[in-house]
Design a protein around this ligand. Structure first.
Ligand code: C2E
Ligand code: CA
Ligand code: CA
Length: 443
């Protein structure tokens, strides 16, 4: 530790004396007690000064990935060492820059050099006394990206958050960040706990078509978030956040209550049709899920046979040991299990043939380039013979036009789903889709 502190002091002292901003660094009161980096109030002074002078410069915002868990698991001594080590490395990489620690593991770097071209050389993975840690880094440039010091700090944090979003251990430049998406993700993270009970979570139904008799055979129920501020928020944004924040089972329960109501309301219709619902592996792992299902359908157990749970391939196979028992219980209740987005998860055939499920849904990415993609045709062909051998039903997702439908005739699949037949729509509209209209799509 002493050695690291010494290195850090030398690095601080080796700054370019001629740099006119160095004068601002003279006082020790402006230094952080642990790393001897410059502190936050000092940073604000420098930022304001540079902006007053209309100087061009870059601001980097850096922190350690999962720093809390380093402290929690390994103690504060290692946490302190990691901070000193990171400071030392930052100073080595940016020898003429000003390096600040604002609080905790939050470091900032101000540099007037244009380092954006060589930013990819900046390491994001370090080794401190044999302990390996990674960092995330965001960078913003003045005056190109921002016009005030507040914006500079805010945007550098947005860029860092973007770097962390992938999986940490990376660097993002603010100019490349999809800012609108980040604002949306922030909003969903902040409001998801209060929104799941609100009216703005709704459901749409997309018809699934039987290839054999060219009629609607079932519907996939899909969740929608109609937000008063942000309009329609796609499930691809809010479902992963709900899974991360432990809210997904609450949403799935809401979805299943909706299914139960729909099937009761259109009782006769659901004697011959089914509802397919997307279920998260986290639902299956939750202790409350199966008792909830039993309670919900205790008066109408026969409806359970009209339900199909879609579980995404990757999640299904990666967690099979944990969810195997639950899957069995669910199938005993009469509910079917289908594997969603099939073909995207690289599951081994050996794993596949040993598992119990009722249906495969071929992912729409294999359909998109039909009839031109020979590679996709090969994959579809392999899936078709596998499903035949295992006596599984197959639904093809994302059928968008007649040419794709014609091409799929080569295989004897059971059902099609896609915009060619019907888009997801509100319940009453979905119940009003006429079989005659569907039949015409096959002519
Ligand atoms: P998914 O389960 O693969 O759902 C099918 C998605 O494909 C739906 O998008 C649907 O609108 C879209 N789609 C259907 N036909 C076509 C087509 O012909 N072309 C194209 N390009 N797309 C088509 P959506 O509703 O945006 O849902 C996206 C994903 O969000 C779903 O993928 C599903 O994984 C998830 N999701 C939606 N609702 C729920 C839910 O209630 N619970 C959970 N856990 N996940 C849900
Ligand atoms: Ca699905
Ligand atoms: Ca799918």
């Amino acid at each position: 530790m002493v050695e690291l502190v010494e290195t850090r002091k030398q690095l601080n002292e080796s700054g370019d004396e001629s740099n006119k901003f160095n004068a601002l660094f003279a006082s020790d009161e402006k230094r952080d007690y642990l790393t001897n980096a410059n502190n936050r109030s000092h940073m604000l002074g420098i930022l304001k000064e540079l902006i007053d002078q209309e100087a061009s410069f870059s601001l980097y915002c850096i922190d350690v990935d999962a720093f809390c868990s380093i402290n929690r698991r390994n103690g504060f001594r290692l946490g302190d060492l990691v901070l000193i080590d990171l400071y030392t490395n930052i100073c080595k990489y940016f020898p003429t820059a000003f390096v600040f620690r604002s609080h905790g593991d939050h470091f900032y770097v101000i540099t007037r050099e244009d380092t954006s071209k060589k930013i990819d050389d900046f390491p994001t993975f370090f080794d401190c006394e044999s302990y390996k840690y990674s960092i995330s880094c965001g960078m913003v440039q003045y005056p190109n990206d921002a016009s005030t010091w507040e914006e500079m700090i805010h945007y550098s944090e947005i860029a860092k958050k973007d770097a962390k979003k992938i999986k940490g251990n990376s660097i993002s430049l603010y100019q490349n960040v999809d800012v609108e998406m980040n604002v949306l993700v922030d909003y969903v993270e902040q409001t998801i706990h209060s929104s799941t009970d609100e009216k703005w979570i709704t459901f749409v139904y997309q018809p699934i078509i039987s290839v054999n008799n060219k009629k609607v055979e079932g519907y996939e129920v899909l969740m929608r978030w109609h937000d008063p501020l942000h309009g329609s928020i796609p499930p691809d944004v809010f479902i992963p956040i709900a899974e991360r924040d432990g809210m997904i089972t609450q949403l799935s329960k809401k979805l299943l209550r909706e299914c139960q109501q729909t099937m009761l309301f259109y009782k006769e219709h659901f004697e011959s049709h089914y509802l397919a619902v997307n279920i998260s592996v986290l639902d299956l792992m939750s202790e409350e899920f199966i008792p909830f299902l039993r309670e919900l359908f205790k008066e109408n157990e026969n409806l359970l046979e009209r339900l199909e749970f879609e579980i995404t391939e990757t999640y299904y196979f990666n967690n099979f040991d944990i969810i195997e028992k639950k899957i069995e219980l669910i199938q005993e209740m009469g509910i079917k299990i289908s594997i969603d987005d099939f073909g995207t998860g690289f599951s081994s055939f050996e794993k596949l043939v040993n598992l119990k499920f009722d249906r495969i849904k071929i992912d729409q990415s294999f359909i998109r380039h039909l009839p031109h993609s020979e590679k996709d045709l090969l994959i579809i062909n392999a899936i078709a013979s596998l499903a035949k051998g295992m006596k599984l039903k197959v639904t093809v997702e994302g059928v968008e036009n007649h040419r794709q439908q014609e091409c799929l005739k080569l295989f004897c699949f059971d059902a099609y789903q896609g915009y060619h037949y019907a888009k997801p729509m509100f319940l009453e509209a979905a119940m009003g889709v006429f079989d005659e209209d569907i039949k015409r799509k096959f002519q």
